[in-house]
Design a protein around this ligand. Sequence first.
Ligand SMILES: *Cc1c(COP(=O)(O)O)cnc(C)c1O
Length: 396
Amino acid sequence: MNGQNPVFIPGPTNIPDRLRSAMNIATTDHRAPDFATTFMPLLEGLKDVFKTQSGQVITFPSTGTGGWEAAITNTLSPGDKVLVARFGMFSHRWIDLCQRHNLDVEIIECEWGTGAPAELYGERLAADTGHEIKAVLVTHNETATGVLSDVAALRKAMDAAGHPALFYVDCVSSLASMDFRMDEWGVDLAVSGSQKGFMLTAGMAIVGVSQKALAATENAKCPRTFFDFRDMLAANAKGGFPYTPPIQLISGLRESLAMLLEEGLDNVFARHFRIAEGVRKAVDAWGMSLCAKTPDLYSDSVSAIYVPEGFNSDDLTNHAYDVYDVSFGVGLGKMAGKAFRIGHLGSISPVMALSGIATIEMAMKDLDYPIELGSGVAAAQEYYRRTTNRALSKAA
Ligand SMILES: *Cc1c(COP(=O)(O)O)cnc(C)c1O
């Protein structure tokens, strides 16, 4: 890797120079009095990204997986029933985590390429008249298949069933790239991390927690120490951390938040939509198809693309890496060998996206894919020529 080319993997994402600089700071004392004056406003500011007024944001030195574990262990007890749909590698891994914590996991199996089925969730919840289900889980953006699920519809299904379960959403690869509304959608635990929409290195779990979820911590019996919300909140309230915080990453996160708010979240979402739409036009021009089955499921942060029969997507991503020094996402789980992924989230522009489309196109041509060189680039160019990154252009 020459380090010049952007990556087109759906996390970790490209780190803009501004954030690299922000993370390049000398050691400071996290027990010094001014740590609180910089850290507390950051936690407050992050609420804008989650779109929560009533909830709190809790961070851990960890990754998204640690965020899953924190959300689960702080609010549930072994044997508790949780309801969750499986439609890709990330929903699968969260299910696996729940099972290893001895939760009673009721799984709605879905075809990969589909999203969370609100009606089926609703049926299971309506049938659970004794309210044994304590938690409803969903992966907002399934990064393995490039599928975005309708979280608002799930909330509606929960409300229609009059079900009191807590609502957990994995928004690791959607937050700060696509619209997310913690309060409006009644999300109790929203799990994210630093290395996707926040454009930083991996290393922080960032979790939005509702008051209802905080109340649940008192009765939750799952063991936790490192991830105990109560320890973290008690330390945060005094302006500190229960252990050594990653201050360089915290510095980066402060700057990342500033960048997101300067651009404006609506513009951030519009930019992601525009870039993704260009990629989708390219896929169309190649005569190939997305794993996501219908347009309402299309993700604006990652596109998973089936390769034609007789081709192996791993050969393609390896070739792009070996020959052109550019990384694309491989097919995960059931998609291994069948699909590759173009990550288009975080610090990325349409111009960068064009370079990725051009590169994978060269790699496909080298491997005798039945595509016309330049066709995908031209389709994306046509789309980018007609659109802008501003929020209002979304309808254009
Ligand atoms: C990246 C990602 C995660 C977390 O992975 P980590 O490697 O632990 O940060 C979880 N869920 C989704 C949907 C993701 O895209």
